[in-house]
Design a protein around this ligand. Structure first.
Ligand SMILES: Nc1ncnc2c1ncn2[C@@H]1O[C@H](COP(=O)(O)OP(=O)(O)O)[C@@H](O)[C@H]1O
Ligand SMILES: [Mg+2]
Length: 347
């Protein structure tokens, strides 16, 4: 596990076994051995929530945990924030051993460095919007005036200006989650944990909330750990996705890596639904070439397959890819674009 400066949160060989009272051996196994150990633990009646997880989350990264219900996403998120104690493994926060943090340090880290948003909002029903948002600041001991100012800023940031005095039962699901988001951001956390924040919302509201989240992330550049069972949501939001199954991570990659090269049949099932043309990038399809000066502007390596197809339909023939300095960095034949479109493997 590298503890280099740009890694905020990392875990290695992390396990969570529920009902661990009579765990026989150590849980140090990894790879195929770990999978076998998890199977035998299950056969003995244990519930394996997380099995041998290795993840490194970079500062400012939007990291998504995706998988079917029961695959261990929430358990992993809770272990990463130490809301749940891992059974075994290592966990570091900003390069420091996070599992070693005592109760006081842990509480302090949670209050100051971590923001949490949950599916069912978790708002205080007897408190107004403003008081809900101000609550984490009150816990931190921030004085009245400053607390209110900051809470008002947050409420307006999530588009709820004018609703400060409303109570949660007077708000729609989307509005409640906006309050949840404002509250989680009030203390300006370093790491933002969101566990299926939009799963209870209607599709259209969900789409709007994703857009909102992307807007906020562009403003704040938080390190984000976001849980969803919706692959399309994952692809839309993530810098990288870890796909989970039976407590294990079966693939980690950028949305475009995963869509282009799903690791197994389980991942392929999710990938089938994904809008390939909006995800796959020119840089993944081109054959790299030495950087000569280009005769004319070519495709941009960050362009999506969709845009490249439009371009290719207009020009025909082999297409060049050029960098911002106008040098040719690759070529693509149109057949490769259509192969990527049809879902053929492109190793
Ligand atoms: N507190 C708990 N006690 C016992 N088993 C649990 C507990 N929390 C989760 N589990 C089990 O761990 C597995 C993973 O659950 P969870 O992390 O909630 O999945 P997900 O969030 O992907 O739906 C499931 O089998 C679940 O029943
Ligand atoms: Mg869950």
């Amino acid at each position: 596990m590298a503890d280099s400066g740009d890694i905020t949160l990392a875990c290695a060989q992390l396990w969570k076994v529920f009902g661990e009272g009579d765990l026989a051996g150590g849980l140090g196994a990894s790879g195929a051995e770990a999978a076998a150990l998890a199977d035998s633990l299950r056969a003995e009646g244990h519930i394996v929530g997380c099995c041998d997880i290795d993840i490194e989350i970079k500062r400012g990264e939007f990291f998504v945990l995706m998988g079917l219900s029961g695959s261990g996403k929430s358990t992993l998120l809770r272990c990463l924030s130490r809301l749940t104690e891992p059974t075994a493994g290592r966990l570091t926060l900003d390069g420091e051993d996070f599992l070693n943090a005592g109760p006081k340090a842990l509480m302090d880290i949670r209050r100051r460095k971590m923001g949490m948003v949950f599916q069912h909002f978790g708002l205080f029903p007897h408190m107004t919007v403003l008081d809900n948002v101000a609550f984490p600041l009150k816990v931190q001991g921030v004085g009245n005036g400053e607390r209110e100012n900051r809470a008002r800023q947050m409420v307006s940031l999530v588009g709820l200006e004018g609703r400060e005095a409303a109570y949660p039962h007077q708000l729609s699901g989307g509005q409640k989650q906006r309050v949840g988001i404002a509250r989680s951001l009030a203390v300006d956390p370093e790491i933002w944990f969101l566990d299926e924040p939009f799963s209870a919302l209607d599709p259209l509201i969900r789409w709007q909330m994703q857009s909102e989240l992307l807007r906020l992330q562009n403003l704040f550049h938080k390190t984000v750990v976001f849980v969803t069972h919706d692959f399309i949501e994952a692809v839309r939001l993530a810098d990288r996705i870890a796909i989970m199954k039976d407590g294990r991570v079966v693939q980690i990659g950028t949305p475009e890596d995963i869509v282009l090269n799903p690791a197994d049949a389980y991942v392929s099932e999710f990938v089938k639904e994904a809008p390939r043309t909006k995800i796959i990038k020119v840089s993944q399809l081109m054959e790299p070439v030495e950087g000569d000066d280009a005769a004319e502007q070519g495709l941009d390596p960050g362009m999506t397959l969709e845009d490249a197809l439009t371009w290719s339909a207009e020009r025909g023939g082999t297409l060049s890819v050029t960098d911002t300095a106008g040098r040719t960095i690759g070529r693509i034949v149109p057949e490769r674009l259509s192969a990527a479109l049809s879902g053929a493997r492109l190793d």
